[in-house]
Structure formats: C-alpha cells, structure tokens
Write a new protein. Structure first.
Lengths: 356, 514
C-alpha cells in the first residue's frame, strides 16, 4: 500500500506538477506573443496525436529518445551520469550502417536485421564501455570522459564518413543493402509519409528487457545496489568496478540501438550528424522518467510530442517556444521531485503529530 | 603567584544539556585558571565535547551559567565567543587545501590595502605569528602539501590569529603520529607561556599526564572530579573516569577457561598488517585466534586500528602482510563473497554505510550479501526471498513486520535487527560482530546480546569489537585490548574489569602480546 503511494508520489505526481508548471509558463509565453493559448495548444495536439502522420512522427522521434533515455537511466541506476548518449547513438547508427553495407543484398531479413541491430549495440556499447572501464580501473570521472568522448567519436565518424564512405557531394553513405526495417506505413497506410518504423517494436522489447533486468535479475539488484551505496555494495560482495563497466556497456548498447531507428528504419544510410542532440535530450528523458524504463518511455513520448508539435504550431508562434517549454519541464521536474516529497512528508508528519 | 585572587579564565557551572532522550550534560561544571593547560577527560559519550561546544557558543545550554574572564556570557554566539577570544581548534580540519598557509590563516580577516587583498602583509603577519608562537609552518606553502601535523598547526595558528586567548582543542592527537604529538605538546606549552589558556579534551591518560596542570573528569554528563595532575596518577584518573559503582550489564557466569583453539578451527589471524588511510600500519602485525564456541572481545578506544582490522578480515581492505584463516582455510586474498561462502559472517560497524541498502525493502536487505544464493538462472528467486524474509522477520521480531517496506522506514534498532537476522541466517562458522548494538535502544540490546550468546553456544567463533567496554565485558570469554594498531593485552574474562582494562586502552600500560 505504502509502496504504491510512494510510486504515485515520486513517479506520477512530480511529473504532473512539472507538466502543469510548463503549461502555465507556456500560456504566458503564448500570450506574450499575442496569440490565444487555446488555439496554439489545440494546434499542437492536432499536429501530433490528432492525425496519423503527426502521430507517426511522434512515434519515430520517441523511439530514438527512449533509447537514449534508457542509456542515461541505466547509468544513473548504477550511480553514473552518462552524458555520452550522443556519441553512443551516432556510433550505433554507424555500426548498423557498416553491417548493412557489408552484408550481401541477398541476406534474408531474418538474419540481416538481428546482425545489423547487434552491430549497432556493439558499436554503441564499445563507446559506452570506455568511460566505464576508465572509471572502474582508474577512477576517471565518467562525466568528463563521456563528454570528451562525444567529441572524439563524432569527429572520428565525421572524418571516416566524409573521407572514405560518403556518396560524393553528400555527407551520407550509400544505402544499406540488407537489414532495412520496414516502415509502419507499409502495414498501416494511414501512417504514410511518417518515419515511424519497426525499430519501435525492437525498442519496446528493449524497454521490457531493461525493466526485467533491473528489477528481476541478480545483476540488476547488484547494479542498483552499487548506484545506491557503493560502500554497502562492496560489503555485500559486489564487485563495484565490474558493475560500473557493465552498466556503461549496457547504456552504450541501448543508445546505439537508437541509431537503428534512423539508419535502418528511416533513411537506409548513415548520415553525419543524424543524432542531432537526441543523445543529450536523453538526459532530460531519463530525468522526467525517473530512471524507470516505463517512465522513460512515457517521457520520450512527451518530448517527442513537444518536438513534433513545435513544427505544427510554427504558423502561430515560433517553434523555439517548445524548446523553452522543454527547458521549463526539465527544471520543474528537477525541482518538483524533492519538493513534492518534502511537502508530502511534512503533511504526513503534521497528520501523525495530531494523531499522537 | 596568587592563584585564588585571579578570576578564572573560564567558569561553567550547573550546565544541563539534553538531546532528545539523551542527557548529555547534567549539572556539569569546569573552572579553568588563566594561563594553564587544563585537561577535560572522560569516556566516549561522557559529555566533554558538548560542554566545550556550549563554551564556544555552538550550543546553547538548557541551564547553567558561562563566565569568561569573570564576565557572565551565558548563551552567547560563536561570533561573540570568537570576538571575546575563545577559539575552538577543530578536530576535522577546516582548511582550504588549494590556498597557502597564510591565506588560510587570514581567511575571513584578510588584511586589505586599497580594497584588495594585501598578500604580502598577510604573509608577513602569519610568519611573525608563527615565529612568536613556535608553530613553525612555512607560510607560503599550499595546505594540500602539508602533513597532518602541520595542518593542525595551521588550525591553531588560525585560532591565534583571530586573537584567541582561550583555546579549546578537541581530541587533537587523534590523527597525529607519536613524534607529532610530542611536537604538539611543545607548541601548546609555548602558546600557554605566551599567556593563553588551553583546554584539552581527551580520553588518553598519557596525554593528560604529559601536558596538563589540572584535570576535570566527566562521567555520564556530570563533573565527577577535579584534580591537580601532579597529585594524581593514571590509575587515579582511570578510576574517576570509569567510576567504581558502574554496574556491568550482565556478568558472565562460569566462563570457560581461556581456550587454546585447535589448529584448523575458528578464526586464526597471523601477523596481520593493514594500511590505513593516514597511517602506514593501522594494524601493526597482530596475531590472535578465536575458537569455536568462544567470544573474543576486542576493547579499545576507537581509531586504534579496529576498523582497519575488521575491513581486512572481511575482505574490504587488502592485507599488507600476514594471514587470515577460517576453519583452517586461508582466506587472506579471497573476495568478500568467497569469504562469506567459506563461513565468514560479518555484522559491520556502520549499518548505514555498509550494512544496509536503505532504499531497498526489508526482504531485499535480508538477502544482501547472499543474493547469489537466492538466484535461479540469473533471476532473483522471489518466492524464496519472500519466504526467507517472512521467517527472519518472525524470528527476530522485526517491526513493523512488513517485508516490502524500505529499510529506511525502520527504527535504528529494527534496522540493526535486519542486519543481525541476515548475518545469523548464513551458514557460518566465524562471526565478526562490530559495534553490534551501536545506536540501538535497550530492549534491542538485550535481544542482540542474547542472539550473540546463542550463536556462541552453538559453537560459532565470534570476534566482538566494541567501543562499549561494558558490552565487551558482558559478552566475551576472553578480552583483548587494541591500542595503536596492536593487541596490547589478552586476558580471560574473569581477570578483566574496567579498572584493569582502562590503562591498557589509554596506552598508560604497554607491552604487546602479539
């Protein structure tokens, strides 16, 4: 009972409060721009959840954000702040593209898709593993290492693509020959034109698997113990360093999986700079999602809605408004969570105080 | 010199201070003459630090008066205390490591010229002060590059720079090596000769004898004795500190004779050396054994290597030398998990830092450290975990009896019961019990002691480490004293008493058995 209440207070109430704050702030922004809030909001909903194309775009964007959000969340569960999602995401996309280019076009999809997805996870995981191992072995701070590694990875990919792999006059590779994931519109024609694709299903599986890993397996139990109290974890016979590098490996693999969405699901090739900040937005997704896989999924949908909705309302207000809203949501969640808990606890304290 | 004509430098009378259920000071009093080194002694928890915090304005007394230099200053603030020349030298250094000595000393009172920090003058002033007081520290060095002893001198300089005439030092030697201690005494005498009054809080009798002129002894929040150092002896002070009329919690009856364990059983430690964070040999080559069916109690003032010893035995800290055997099997280089599986159980001294995952449920905590035994094909066996929790909660009367509650929601006593219920549920032959009843209420203490005795009677070898001398005496079959990283004495329980152990614990009596 009390556990349910705790889940409600921390998991639901805080994001709701944050959403409310963002809504009010948004109203003020819209008013300041001389528009009617109601009209703008309804346009935003209409352009996202209101039609199949918009909704497909939301799903497409949420797919990538779920991956990068999980990558941050799993790091935080182990007590590590993974800022490297951007580089891990790009590396994942590159890995998928290389595998897709390398495989002969006659490879059956049943073999090609897992190979390409696996390559994305391996590539992203390798990038994640570096800060994990440096942390475990030398105590190098993961925030510094992941940030710096973003530059290294992105610059390296930029060089190798532009110098060796790009189709002339472009910054993207040739189209992959195998492993392409069909778009949802192939099955549901209403989605026509939207980038939503079957990567979504793979990512939903990843959400479930991450939840199962964190809360049902011994490794997950140990990983969370390390994140909570490393000294206690050590006492409990857990190899703290090992838990760290494993967490970063998984984080990188999950972010890398996000690269599949663009490369195999949308364009069919690797393009320099495709990550476009989704790796960094994953931090916000994890924060709003309270580091819970299901929360991350919902938060990814929310941020994807804002992002897609920004395009829809561009006629009335500048689309940068939604970026301001994103920032407000992040700030509000960051403040709301401890705030809400403190307020609720105080109220409970007063109630029991009277009972005595 | 007429001592009586002079107003006392400091006089506290009838000080009461209560923290919740704990009466830290009960009519406590101290009178310190100008220009003396005065030792305030007592056991851990006797109320010494509270009394000094009241003097320095950090705490307000519930009752009583504070006089400094004959002036009633009851209820003053720290700022007023500092302005009146009463300065506390902090035990945990409050220095900025990236600044120089001079910059640290003047911090908050920086000499200024034309609106900017006058570095040259700061350096000059600090150098002069260091010269006058004999606190030799290079004023232009970074604090980060100083030794512990030097850092402490900077703390004293800082207090002097603020014009302190009454210096309070709380356990200043806790972090110092013996030569640094000798140096500190020289410095303190010199500062005293310069006209300052010094109050030294300590529970080490050799220090009291070495440096003080008069002594105030506290016990359980009260001032029990005022002595002149030259008229007393370490034995006399120890008696006053412990008190004759202290009742032991439970007397052991018919203690078995000091066991000589058969080789290959119980816990055997040989020549163990462990590095500490500050001291190279925090555990300085000690040997002992604990036989099955025996409790060996290690008494001693905290910080004499007990933590390092326990960490090394448990596998949380590397042994720099020597060997550890459990049931005849050498575990010296084994991991924590391997030791646990080999029959070592461990109640850690700090349940919040080591023993519990506060956000995890009671059920999850009850398997902590043994999670690999509650796993099937990598998955947590939830049915087994719940069944285990149910039986442990019932057997140890953990309240509230809700396995899903986060451990954070439990009281200290029930949290400790979770740790003990878990560690007793292992298949073990050797138990390390560190401060098993710290911060636990009386009822839970009884219960925990009963559990430890039962384990002993079932043939477990138990190493008990406790800062509570009475707990050691209540439970042990043999008693050892740890001082300066060594076991300085081991004796059968019937020969041990607070009076006998006191001098060993404070280092007044020396001689190593190990």
């Amino acid at each position: 009972m009390s556990r349910l209440r705790q889940v409600f207070e921390e998991g639901v109430l805080a994001p709701l409060v944050a959403l409310l704050v963002a809504l009010v702030a948004g109203d003020l922004l819209i008013l300041a721009y001389g528009q009617a809030p109601g009209a703008v909001w309804s346009l935003l909903i209409e352009g996202t959840w209101g039609n199949a194309y918009g909704f497909g775009q939301v799903l497409y964007k949420a797919t990538t954000l779920t991956c990068t959000g999980l990558a941050v969340a799993i790091g935080l569960r182990a007590g590590l702040f993974n800022i490297g999602g951007e580089g891990q995401l790009a590396a994942g996309g590159f890995g998928a593209a290389i595998m897709g280019l390398w495989l002969p076009s006659t490879t059956p999809a049943l073999l090609a898709v897992p190979l390409c997805v696996g390559a994305a996870c391996v590539a992203g995981g390798s990038v994640g593993l570096v800060p994990g191992v440096l942390k475990a072995r030398f105590g190098a701070h993961e925030v510094i290492v992941t940030i710096m590694l973003n530059f290294i990875v992105l610059a390296f990919l930029n060089w190798i693509v532009s110098a060796h792999l790009a189709v002339p006059e472009t910054l993207h590779t040739e189209g992959v020959r195998a492993g392409v994931l069909p778009r949802l519109s192939a099955m549901i024609p209403a989605f026509h034109g939207s980038a939503a694709n079957w990567t979504l299903a793979v990512v939903l599986l990843a959400v479930g698997a991450t939840w199962w890993f964190l809360f049902r397996t011994r490794s997950g139990y140990e990983l969370r113990a390390v994140g909570q109290q490393p000294d206690a974890a050590e006492y409990g016979g857990i190899h703290v360093g090992q838990a760290w590098w494993r967490a970063m490996l998984m984080a990188g693999a999950l972010a890398g999986l996000g690269g599949v969405n663009f490369v195999l699901g949308y364009k069919g090739y690797y393009e320099d700079g495709f990550a476009g900040g989704a790796g960094f937005l994953g931090i916000a997704v994890a924060l709003v999602g309270r580091n819970h896989p299901v929360g991350v999924l919902l938060a990814a949908l929310f941020f994807a809605t804002l992002s897609q909705g920004g395009l829809a309302i561009n006629a009335l207000v500048p689309k940068q408004m939604v970026e301001v809203l994103q920032g407000i949501v992040i700030l509000a969640v960051a403040m709301a969570v401890p705030e809400v808990r403190r307020l609720v606890r105080q109220a409970a304290g007063r109630a029991t105080g009277r009972a005595r | 010199m007429s001592e009586t004509a002079q107003a006392p430098a400091v006089r506290l009378t009838g000080i009461d201070k209560r923290f919740g259920a704990v009466q830290a000071n009960r009519g406590a009093a101290i009178e310190v003459r100008p220009g003396e080194i005065h030792a305030l002694v007592g056991e851990n928890g006797a109320g010494k630090s509270t009394l000094m915090k009241i003097l320095s304005g950090m705490l307000a007394p519930d009752a009583g008066t504070i006089e400094v230099g004959g002036r009633d200053v009851t209820g003053w603030s720290t700022a007023q205390a500092i302005a009146a020349g009463v300065g506390m030298v902090h035990q945990h250094f409050m220095l900025v490591p990236t600044l120089t000595v001079a910059e640290n000393v003047v911090l908050g009172r920086e000499p200024v010229s034309v609106g900017t920090f006058d570095r040259a003058r700061a350096l000059r002033e600090v150098e002069e002060l260091a010269e006058q007081s004999g606190l030799r520290v290079p004023a232009d060095r970074l604090v980060a590059d100083l030794s512990v002893g030097e850092a402490q001198r900077v703390e004293i300089l800082k207090t002097l720079y603020r014009g302190a005439r009454v210096l309070l030092l709380d356990e200043p030697t806790a972090v110092l090596s013996p030569p640094e201690v000798t140096e500190l005494w020289k410095v303190l005498r010199r500062v005293r000769d310069g006209g300052a009054t010094i109050i030294l809080i300590t529970h080490k009798l050799d220090e009291v004898m070495a440096v003080s002129e008069r002594i105030t002894v506290m016990r359980q929040g009260e001032t029990v004795e005022r002595l002149a150092t030259r008229d007393t002896s370490p034995e006399g002070i120890a008696r006053a500190m412990v008190g004759r009329d202290v009742a032991l919690m439970v007397q052991r009856e018919g203690a078995p004779p000091a066991a000589v364990p058969a080789a290959g059983t119980g816990l055997e430690v040989r020549d163990l050396v462990v590095r500490g964070a500050r001291i190279p040999r925090a555990v300085d080559g000690i040997s002992f054994s604990v036989a099955p069916g025996e409790i060996l109690g290690i008494a001693g003032v905290e910080g004499n290597g007990q933590t390092e010893l326990l960490d090394a035995l448990a596998g949380l800290r590397e042994a720099a030398g020597g060997s550890i055997r459990v049931g005849g099997v050498d575990l010296t280089t084994d991991s924590v998990r391997e030791r646990g599986d080999a029959g070592l159980s461990h109640i850690p001294e700090d349940r919040h830092r080591r023993g519990l995952l506060l956000e995890y449920s009671v059920a999850e905590n009850l398997i902590f450290g043994q999670q690999h035994h509650f796993t099937r094909r990598g998955m947590l066996d939830r049915a087994a975990i719940d069944a285990h929790a149910e039986s442990r909660i019932a057997a140890y009367d953990i309240r509230p009896a809700d396995a899903r509650l986060p451990v954070r929601a439990l009281s200290g006593g029930n949290q400790q019961k979770v740790v003990i219920a878990r560690e007793m549920a292992r298949a073990f032959s050797v138990l390390l019990a560190a401060q098993p009843t710290r911060g636990v209420d009386v009822g839970a203490i009884e219960f925990i002691h009963a559990q430890l005795r039962r384990a002993r009677d079932e043939g477990k070898a138990i190493l008990l480490v406790s800062a509570e001398l009475r707990e050691v005496l209540a439970l042990s079959d043999r008693v050892a004293v740890m001082y300066g990283g060594r076991l300085v004495t081991v004796m059968p329980r019937r020969e041990a008493s607070e009076e006998v152990l006191g001098p060993w614990m404070t280092g007044a009596q020396r001689g190593a058995v190990a």
